[in-house]
Unconditional design. Structure first.
Length: 144
């Protein structure tokens, strides 16, 4: 692949990310929970006993920033801190019932908005996009 093709691909991926986020931020989309908080809830819900370090690594932020993000979700009753039984210094995160409800609701709203966007593509193109993205993720995950 040429450098020009790679640059074009990067530009399209970043533009698509911007479009997805912009669509998710519409007034009827996610409220009152922010996209970052929603993604944090989703990450905790799908992970096995994540730590603050896991949150920081996932988002590419500093541990103090992760602590600030999580503290807001703990204060709102969406997450809870769970001490490790073997290492008292280690704190794991768990999603609460309220957090799971907020996560499911927020993800449904995003899904509804994204259906509108992706339904503009023919079914064949949607399946091809899923196939290509799956291959990219599989290739990326094997190289880590």
């Amino acid at each position: 692949m040429t450098e020009a093709s790679i640059n074009r691909l990067i530009s399209m991926v970043l533009t698509m990310r911007h479009i997805v986020l912009a669509q998710a931020k519409t007034p009827q989309a996610i409220n009152p929970i922010s996209l970052l908080r929603l993604e944090t809830l989703r990450f905790v819900d799908e992970s096995s006993r994540p730590t603050m370090r896991d949150i920081a690594g996932y988002f590419g932020i500093t541990p103090p920033s992760a602590t600030s993000l999580v503290s807001g979700l703990v204060a709102a009753g969406r997450l809870k801190r769970v001490p490790d039984k073997k290492d008292r210094r280690m704190i794991h995160l768990a999603i609460t019932a309220s957090g799971r409800k907020a996560c499911n609701s927020g993800m449904k709203k995003i899904m509804d908005r994204m259906k509108i966007i992706f339904n503009r593509l023919p079914e064949k193109d949607r399946l091809l996009l899923i196939n290509i993205l799956s291959k990219l993720l599989k290739t990326y995950n094997h190289k880590q």
